[in-house]
Design a binder for this molecule. Sequence first.
Ligand code: THU
Length: 161
Amino acid sequence: MKIHKTDCVLNEYTAEELNENQQDLLQKAHRICSDAYAPYSMFKVGASLVLKNGQIINGSNQENVAYPSGLCAERVAIFNAGANFPNQKIKQIAIVAHADFNLNKPVMPCGACRQAMIEYEQRQGEKIEVLLQGNKGNIFVSESVSNLLPYAFECEELKKS
Ligand code: THU
């Protein structure tokens, strides 16, 4: 028998401990989050990412009365970047959540969003830093998406182009 084990490391910071770029990106995520379209869950998520050329791309969750037709904020943002700036690497993504209950701890991205984000990280061959915050409170920082998704689905055969 052999054990396979891995760590998921999250660094927790107060807002004041973050650098200016990180604080700016989080603010942008909070701004876009307020305009999320989430009339069914009342749970708003905002995602702002910054590209290598400095361009900011924002996304928020977009729900639909046919529930599975909606999409998470992270995928709205990352697919937008992939579609509009296919050759620009993504440096950082800030993800925040607002709810009408107290959310003073970060909300972790769902599995589907981690899978979508990891593909961009692998394609660009450079880590994407992930910043996570609730309504307010401390921020979790992951140095990469792969840190958040150990043992990710990868299939070299499917990647043949
Ligand atoms: N949601 C996101 O936008 N991102 C996630 O990572 C998890 C969940 C959205 C989907 C849905 O509109 C609402 O949050 C409640 O699940």
